[in-house]
Design a protein around this ligand. Structure first.
Ligand code: C2O
Length: 615
């Protein structure tokens, strides 16, 4: 087993110049990380009675616990069965996932094969009786979540929130309600601690599937009630990071005071200024895009991931995941893909694993995590109000999937997906906000617009096609389908046949047309990203504000966890029904798809592309 000093293989370098105190600490040898964490805790928990930061102690505990695991035969071998996700979109068994096993909980890791291992297991689960979830009494006051940028101006609220967070941080680390234990909840459910109670050979993963939204709603529910109970305020509600509105895109002021318990030192310092909006299309390099450019692209992306690209449940929620299925992986549904960039963008740019927000193992350590997820949760509600086929799943296995959480009384609660589908029943409300992206339907490029206009002059679609022809590039620049699977190293264009062309309004309402990128293979602990455009100029591919932009893939580092192999295979589904209307390609029998790689930390292989229909 690795010694403590080798647990983190290289010290993070630092270009941090906003918080000079941290600069010197960050550039110090990694052994000082403990000092850093201790001082960080000292400013947030005044009554810390000399206790060192529990996040560091777990590193030390990890070495011992790992030896114990080996003795008990609970090592990584448990993961053997789920070596690869073959097709995360098809369910193998019709059974609900019955939560994590209470008897098996393993060390988590941000990256298999890396000696850094973290103890993320909750206290005293084994043999403990859980209680069934109970809805809050209807006589309880409502909890009204408000936008963080507006709540920041409400002094009284900020003080209340800070006091609650401070008390949570000052609870003893073994208390299941403590900040420390609550942060570990996310790590345990994501980075390889848990196995399915009914299939202990299979890891449990709450991202990348239809469980993403309900799991996080439960997590927020318990977290918020713990905070409220620590200040005896049953109305206490978390704020939401209103990044889908231009006024709320930047990190809210209340999170930036280094003396506040809402602060986290492991954030990207370039993204703290109040004129810096969250860039949903950040390329991990560019920091000087004009505000308006980011705002407009953000609105277009939210439109794509909530409206045009999210017309059906499967695309919005993500693949189905049932007991006996290997842990899912990949980008998840559009609701999850919409949320991913905030993790990467907020996390420390000079940290080995993107800590805190940029890696799922550490994301729960940043108070802003919960505020980000409140907005994701709010957008779930908004999505259902858009209409069309936007409903929750009513699948038996989905409704009965259960998870375990400690509540504000430190009771262990078993809660099911069906318990959280109605926010009203949870006593939860979101303050109404304008949704400016609702009308941000992207516009076609000038080239495609001109083509459509010319076609229109010819009368019917058939005549138009004959007259104008589809907008394809020089055939020598097109990659043959037989070149797949291929490692995506440069901009790659391929023709994808459409099984049906000229679909009628009735056909379109019966099923959406989905462009599927299949067999995307990558290392789970690497940031990997690429974008997809259709019938566009490969030398100058469009951004989200143009209709040709079909979507993007982004992997947030996480553990796929199979005996040290962290490779996985996934897919990307993009609803292009509306896109094809907008670029005038509905009558074409094939589309030209261009894959545009973006700054990644590891290779990605693409298996192929095809069109599918989703109802
Ligand atoms: Cu569980 Cu935003 O991740």
């Amino acid at each position: 087993m690795a010694s403590l000093t080798s647990l983190i293989s290289s010290p993070p370098s630092s270009t941090n110049n906003i918080f000079p105190k941290r600069t010197s600490q960050l550039s110090a040898p990694i052994g000082r990380l403990q000092t850093l964490r201790k001082s960080q805790l000292a400013v947030t928990c005044k009554s810390s009675n000399g206790r060192s930061d529990p996040f560091d102690e777990v590193l030390a505990a990890a070495a011992a616990a790992s030896r114990r695991d080996v003795l008990l035969g609970l090592g990584a071998g448990l993961y053997g069965a789920g070596a690869f996700v073959t097709d995360p979109f098809s369910a193998a068994f019709a059974r609900p996932i019955d939560g994590p096993s209470q008897d098996v909980c393993k060390l988590a890791t941000p990256s298999p094969g890396n000696p850094l291992q973290i103890e993320c297991c909750p206290p005293a689960m084994a043999g403990r009786e859980s209680k069934p979830f109970q809805f809050p009494s209807p006589s309880e006051p409502k909890r009204i979540r408000r936008p963080a940028h507006l709540a920041s101006q409400d002094k009284e609220y900020v003080e209340k929130y800070k006091l609650a967070m401070k008390r949570m941080k000052c609870l003893p680390p073994e208390d299941p309600r403590s900040f420390f234990q609550q942060a570990k909840v996310h790590c345990a459910y994501c980075n390889g601690s848990y196995v399915q109670s009914s299939h202990t050979n299979l890891g449990l993963q709450i991202h990348f599937s239809w469980l993403f939204l309900p799991f996080h709603r439960m997590y927020l529910h318990f977290y918020e009630r713990i905070l409220g109970s620590l200040i005896q305020d049953p109305t206490f509600a978390l704020p939401f990071w209103n990044w889908d509105h231009e006024d709320g895109m930047a990190i809210a002021e209340m999170f930036k005071d280094p003396e506040s318990p809402l602060f986290d030192g492991l954030r990207n310092v370039h993204h703290l200024p109040s004129n810096k909006p969250l860039d949903l299309r950040w390329d991990r390099v560019t920091e000087d895009k004009p505000f308006e450019r980011i705002r407009d692209d953000n609105y277009a992306r939210v439109y794509e991931l909530m409206v045009s690209g999210a017309q059906r449940r499967l695309e919005f929620f993500g693949p189905k995941y049932r007991a006996g299925d290997p842990p899912p992986a990949g980008g998840g549904g559009t609701s999850e893909r919409l949320h991913n960039m905030a993790h990467l963008w907020t996390g420390g740019h000079n940290q080995q694993f993107g800590e805190d927000m940029g890696n799922f193992y550490s994301a729960g350590r940043d108070p802003i995590f919960y505020v980000h997820h409140c907005n994701v949760d709010r957008l779930w509600n908004v999505w259902k109000t858009i209409g069309g086929f936007r409903f929750d799943f009513d699948d038996y296995d989905y409704l009965n999937t259960s998870f375990l959480f400690y509540d504000e009384n430190s009771d262990l609660i078993k809660i099911k997906v069906k318990d959280v589908l109605d926010p009203q029943a949870l006593g939860l409300e979101y303050e109404d906000r304008p949704i400016p992206w609702r009308n941000s339907r992207p516009v076609p490029t000038a080239a495609n617009a001109a083509r459509t206009a010319t076609a229109a002059a010819f009368g019917g679609p058939a005549e138009a096609q004959a007259a104008v022809g589809p907008r394809y590039v020089d055939p020598s620049k097109i990659t043959s389908p037989s070149a797949f699977p291929l490692v995506l190293e440069k901009v790659t264009t391929v023709m994808v046949p459409r099984p049906k062309k000229g679909r009628t309004a009735k056909e379109k309402s019966a099923a959406s047309e989905i462009l599927v990128v299949e067999g995307i293979e990558l290392e789970g602990d690497k940031v990997v990203q690429f974008e997809v455009v259709i019938n566009d100029d490969p030398d100058n591919p469009s951004g989200p504000s143009n209709s040709e932009f079909a979507g993007s893939f982004l992997n947030i580092p996480h553990v796929h966890g199979n005996n040290g192999h962290n490779k996985f295979v996934t897919g990307l589904r993009m609803d292009i029904t509306e896109l094809l209307e907008d670029i005038g390609a509905e009558n074409d029998d094939q589309i030209q798809v261009t894959l545009v790689p973006k700054k990644s930390d590891g290779p990605v292989t693409i298996g192929g592309l095809k069109i599918e229909y989703s109802s």
